[in-house]
Design a protein around this ligand. Structure first.
Ligand code: CO
Length: 134
């Protein structure tokens, strides 16, 4: 798969408001989107930092994916999202190569984007997201 570039870095945080303020004050970040997604157990903010982007993720409970991550690892880097032309074509290509995927089909991710995740074991310990952002 030829990625266009890194679309965003995903960071797990304990307190979303506090984290947004930190990124605004330290790096001049601007909030691009913010949403709560109960069925994914997450409250998220997408921040533009110059030409780059950081996605801050706070959990809505301990049993959610981000909640479990925070319990086990504490706040910090959660995933790297790679922008691709076509998520479905990308996961089909990776699946054919035997790459371990979390999502065998594209799904609706945060902020309405089409995404799919690769298992961290396939990417040297870092959860990877594929995203199409037209
Ligand atoms: Co993401």
């Amino acid at each position: 798969v030829q990625a266009r570039g890194i679309h965003h870095l995903g960071v797990a945080v304990e307190d979303l408001d506090e984290a947004v303020t930190t990124y605004e004050q330290l790096f001049g970040a601007r909030v691009e989107h913010r949403e709560t997604v109960p069925d994914q157990g997450v409250e998220a903010a997408s921040l533009k930092v110059g030409a780059g982007r950081v996605e801050l993720l706070a959990s809505l409970g301990e049993e959610t994916p981000v909640g479990k991550f925070l319990s086990k690892r504490g706040p910090g880097m959660h995933h790297v999202a790679y922008e691709v032309d076509d998520v479905r074509a990308a996961i089909e290509e990776l699946s054919a190569k035997g790459v371990e995927l979390v999502d065998e089909q594209p799904r609706r991710g945060l902020f309405g984007l089409e995404v799919a995740f690769l298992h961290p074991d396939a990417v040297h310990g870092v959860l990877a997201e594929l995203v199409t952002d037209a």
